[in-house]
Write a protein that binds this ligand. Structure first.
Ligand code: NDP
Length: 252
């Protein structure tokens, strides 16, 4: 109840659909000013309008997180327009599953560029703000959307899983350095969430595998994951929920 995130400035990447969009709306409903980043400007404008209509404050940041300079410029813009960012949800990601021997090397590269390099670009641009926010005595959060794929053995997921394993383990190590400065670092590892994620798969067999999985069980909704992310951010400043797995009840 109330607005526990009042006074906070959040940035959510991959906010034009799915988990990111739901997270931005939830954080705004809890009182945070929210900057929403992704490539599809129309979606961001619509989301920002929805948040504003509900009484919140939103700033659309149309950008590609694989472009380091664009991310750095966006961080400056957030600080100018909304104030110092103290809550970063690094959520943009792509899942392009396929058998290794198909050699879909472009898909491999896209996943590494977005899920690894994109996340590091966001980290580089925002860590100074998070450290400054924590030094000023307020809460500061870096939340990375990893996946259960980080640890599970799932056929055809090799490169995607590799990127998410990187992200989960990186988050553990970053926490050691940043936690000491009172910046919380969290990795959230969802199971199957009903989003646009499977729509980008280029391998028809892998695409069918995803569609079958999605049909067979009641998946999580983006709002379910958003609620979990919100829970991390409203905890007292000395409490760091560092790794959270969230699964559909019926998913093995
Ligand atoms: P969506 O495909 O709906 O969301 C992905 C988001 O990333 C979109 O907003 C997309 O926007 C954005 N994005 C893609 N490329 C870029 C880019 N180059 N620069 C900036 N933004 C980009 O799927 P989800 O909501 O499911 O995915 C969100 C995260 O959740 C991902 O990291 C995914 O790996 C993770 N995840 C998802 C699970 C699921 O079952 N759905 C399970 C576990 C983890 P745009 O195209 O406009 O740029």
């Amino acid at each position: 109840a109330g607005t526990p995130l009042d006074g906070r400035v959040a940035v959510v990447t991959g906010a034009s659909s799915g988990i990111g969009a739901a997270t931005a709306e939830r954080l705004a409903a809890l009182g945070a000013k929210v900057a929403v980043a992704a490539r599809r400007k129309e979606n961001l404008d619509e989301l920002a309008a929805r948040i504003t209509a509900a009484g919140g404050t939103a700033l659309a940041l149309p950008l590609d997180v694989t472009d380091r300079h664009a991310v750095t410029a966006a961080a400056r813009r957030v600080a100018e327009r909304l104030g110092r960012p103290d809550l970063v949800v690094s959520n943009a990601g792509v899942q392009l599953i396929s058998p290794i021997e198909d050699l879909r090397v472009d898909d491999w590269q896209r996943q590494i560029d977005l899920n690894v390099t994109g996340v590091m670009n966001v980290l580089g641009a925002f860590v100074p703000h998070l450290v400054a926010a924590a030094a000023a005595g307020g809460p500061a959060d870096l939340i990375n959307t990893s996946s259960i794929a980080a640890a599970r053995i799932l056929e055809k997921f090799s490169v995607y899983s590799g990127t998410k394993a990187y992200l989960s383990h990186f988050s553990r190590l970053a926490r050691v350095e940043l936690g000491r400065k009172m910046v919380r670092v969290s990795a959230i590892e969802p199971g199957m969430v009903d989003t646009e994620l499977p729509d980008h798969v280029t391998d028809p067999d892998a695409s069918k595998l995803m569609a079958d999985l999605l049909r067979d069980i009641e998946c999580l909704s983006p709002a379910d994951v958003a609620e979990t992310i919100a829970f991390i951010t409203v905890a007292p400043r000395h409490v760091n929920l560092s790794e959270i797995t969230i699964l559909p009840t019926a998913q093995a």
